[in-house]
Design a protein around this ligand. Structure first.
Ligand SMILES: *[C@@H]1O[C@H](CO)[C@@H](O)[C@H](O)[C@H]1NC(C)=O
Ligand SMILES: *[C@@H]1O[C@H](CO)[C@@H](O)[C@H](O)[C@H]1NC(C)=O
Ligand SMILES: *[C@@H]1O[C@H](CO)[C@@H](O)[C@H](O)[C@H]1NC(C)=O
Length: 433
């Protein structure tokens, strides 16, 4: 069409019309080159080229890609803090367990006003007012829940001033009226945990105490009565955190410790019967190490180790070679100012374990998305309204199948949770089956 138009042009307009025709030709030729096409080059790369939609089985894939790209590069914003209780002073520890046996997860707290308490889940993520279990845990620092007497319900453990004690659940979330003392041989008890250390089928108790640098355990006789303290090590200077996991793959549970004065993450090899090796150091690069946890972060079938350290604001991990030897410290983030607590849970529902942190100085509850191989995203903030955040945990509190987040914060005396509505869940965000 364009050339015939130029032929009909006359007089002083001829030059302009010819230029216009040339421009039109260029446009048409370019448009022809950009015609949608599917081609294969010599090495077998398939090119699907179109400046318009590319629809596969009814799905506009270019729009989907743009959405994915946007979603992948945008950071989910922090979510509302839902307060469970402020009737605590200086809470140090938060945990979830089904205490009344109704099938949902209730929330537990330990606070420096000597209080072990719980909050009954109504099943939908709303909670009862605080129910006090005990106020006999003088300056309690740590709490854990596990079935200690083998009667099928979840009992509660505490570490306080110099005491490891437990509280017997009657099965319905009411507790035997008295604190049952396991040991008073712990100078500055900071951490308590339960695990079957001697392989006899019941849960023994582990403790870390600060003043005497001690990692110790108490053998369960099966009914919730315990042996006297059995010392595993006194080489954890400023022992702050204890955990148990099979680190050398021999089927029994080894013990892990974090100690702050020597910046140390260490473990103790279980000989299978609850006797342990001397301390084996994993790292001394965790400045004021305060929290330790174990989980398979790279999906290779063994338990790796996680740490939080206060002075270098660090959340880090140590890759297990499978035999209890570990890589050097691998830093996940140094954006947790005053890192106080670390935990691992699959928050985005993609099948690998992500990492959660609570940090004291920036009041932050945050997580780090695992790419599946133990490499992690930058810090994703859940909330910055947990003043003096000390403890973090994940559990499905509203029964919708994904993991919500719990926090205890000592600055604002708060036990709170953060609902996972799929904002962290790739499948939900991307509408995947
Ligand atoms: C399709 O796009 C590729 C990459 O931009 C380009 O190299 C190729 O020449 C295009 N093919 C066609 C037929 O336009
Ligand atoms: C949650 O459950 C409780 C007890 O059944 C009920 O009173 C309350 O209204 C429910 N709240 C929501 C938000 O569903
Ligand atoms: C543990 O495994 C690593 C990696 O396979 C190996 O280099 C190391 O020698 C092993 N150490 C022991 C004590 O078995």
């Amino acid at each position: 069409m364009a050339p015939s138009m130029s032929l009909r042009a006359r007089g002083p307009c001829t030059v302009e019309v010819l230029v216009l025709a040339w421009a039109l030709c260029v446009v048409l030729v370019t448009a022809a080159a950009q015609k949608p096409s599917i081609t294969v080059d010599e090495v077998g790369t398939l090119f699907i080229n179109s400046t318009e939609k590319v629809v596969v089985n009814g799905v506009d894939v270019m729009a989907a890609f743009a959405y994915l790209l946007e979603a992948a590069t945008s950071t989910p914003s922090s979510v509302p803090q839902l307060i469970i209780s402020t009737a605590v002073r200086g809470p140090d520890s938060v945990y979830a367990a089904d205490l009344d046996g109704d099938g949902d997860l209730d929330v537990l707290s330990a606070s420096s006003d000597d209080k072990i308490a719980w909050y009954r889940n109504n099943g939908n993520g709303t909670f009862s007012a605080q129910i006090v279990i005990s106020t006999a845990a003088d300056g309690v620092t740590s709490m854990y829940a596990a079935d200690l007497d083998g009667d099928g319900d979840v009992d509660v453990l505490s570490a306080s001033w110099n005491k490891i004690a437990w509280y017997r659940n009657n099965g319905d979330g009411t507790f035997y009226y008295r604190q049952i003392v396991i040991s008073t041989a712990d100078d500055g008890a900071r951490s308590v945990y339960a695990a079957d250390l001697d392989g006899d089928g019941d849960l023994d108790v582990l403790s870390a105490s600060y003043g005497d640098d001690k990692i110790a355990w108490y053998r369960n006789n099966g009914d919730g009565t315990f042996s006297t303290q059995i010392i595993i090590s006194t080489a954890a200077d400023g022992a702050f955190s204890v955990y148990a996991a099979d680190l050398d793959g021999d089927g029994d549970l080894d013990v892990l410790s974090a100690s702050d004065n020597d910046d140390k993450i260490a473990w103790y090899r279980n000989n299978g019967d609850g006797t342990f090796s001397a301390q084996i150091i994993i790292s001394t690069a965790a400045d004021y190490a305060i929290s330790v946890y174990a989980a398979d972060l790279d999906g290779d079938g063994d338990n790796d180790v996680l740490s939080a350290s206060v002075n270098d604001d660090k959340i880090a991990w140590y890759r297990n070679n499978g035999n209890g030897t570990f890589s050097d410290q691998i830093i996940i983030s140094t954006a947790a100012d005053g890192a106080r607590s670390v935990y691992a849970a699959d928050l985005d529902g993609d099948g690998d374990l992500d990492v959660l942190s609570a940090s004291l100085n920036d009041d932050k509850i945050a997580w780090y998305r695992n790419n599946g191989d133990g490499s992690f995203s930058a810090q994703i903030v859940v909330s910055t309204t947990a003043d003096g955040a000390r403890s973090v945990y994940a559990a499905d509190l509203d029964g919708d199948g994904d993991l919500d987040v719990l926090s205890a914060s000592g600055g604002d005396n708060k036990i709170a949770w953060y609902r996972n509505d799929g904002q962290w869940d790739w499948k939900t965000r991307f509408n995947l089956p």
